[in-house]
Design a protein around this ligand. Sequence first.
Ligand code: NAD
Length: 367
Amino acid sequence: MAHKLLLLPGDGIGPEIMAQAVKILNWLRDTRGLKLEMEEELVGGASLAVHNHPIRDEVIAKAKEVDAVLFGSVGDPKWKDVPFDRRPEVAILKLRKDLNLYANLRPAQLFDPLLSASALKPDVVRGLDLMIVRETVGGIYFGEPRGIKTLPDGSRVGINTEVYTTSEIERVARVAFELARLRQGRVCSVEKCNVMESGLLWKEVVTDLHQRDYKDVELSHMLADNCAMQLVRAPRQFDVIVTGNLFGDLLSDLASMLTGSLGMLPSATLGSVNENGKRAALYEPIHGSAPDIAGKNIANPLAQILSLAMLLRYSLKRLEDAALIELAVSKVLESGLRTADIATDGVKAVSTEEMGEAVLKTLAKLA
Ligand code: NAD
């Protein structure tokens, strides 16, 4: 049976980098027997322009039906004045919420040829391979009460609320423990239990789950501010980090600079397994729509291509194809090819399309 994929390129550089991933999908279909049914839809500003909404209900329904969603990025300054609930970014927030995609997996892995592109010294980051598991449907981005209110004295107040239930914490921690078992067997749980009750509950629930089901995995706890510092001081101490929505957002962007560029980092967001044994899943680069470089054919497509590799591994169980893509990316980097974001002084940068073509050619050689 064919695997069903929904492609959502979105805004800015989204369509440019998605085009490179689609070339690889077509190659896998034509040469490696991957049976595929692909459909593409508008989201974000692109959807606002045509449908007057960042994501239509029928797109959400399709996303629920397919084996996996490959997402580009959304966000366009053109729409900065639309009401908050119609902004392009609503598309990704709504997908995460409606598909109940609660666990965001963000690997930060340094390819050796990019050692010099890292913001840190080579000795500190060589061989870096960590995974941040971020809770994505709860916490302060969704908690109630929220809003901007006017007080009786006329002053205004902005309110957001950090809320986590036991089951929300437990299910994301379970993902982290399971992943650790496939890696180096270590989980570091991150919160701020020193000043937040939600952090206190987070720590208790993770500790209980560890005692009950995952004693074979090594568990440590760290305050989020210390974790930010440790990620810069000694990032290789971490294997899997599990944390809430807000801290995960910040820490994973920080971790991205350890690897050289936002343009290198893929991600997966996983939901629950349904009655048909299908796990809702969305794959996307961690970066945004990069409006400053959109339309110039200079964006790095590797995060999008590596997101496709994660899709093949986690949703389609095509482990060999996933590994092949990662190897091809590594070889292309070894050969010295760089887009502008990862090019060091004196290296002539290649375009988005040239980078995509190089990965494709390398795949054909390796296969
Ligand atoms: P951004 O990630 O789009 O860009 C930050 C910087 O990194 C920019 O200088 C950009 O040029 C560069 N960059 C990002 N991806 C790159 C790539 N593949 N190749 C080369 N350079 C790259 O973040 P931002 O500027 O804060 O946000 C821009 C828009 O994207 C905003 O509307 C924001 O809301 C949105 N956004 C969307 C998502 C998403 O779709 N999941 C995530 C983050 C931000």
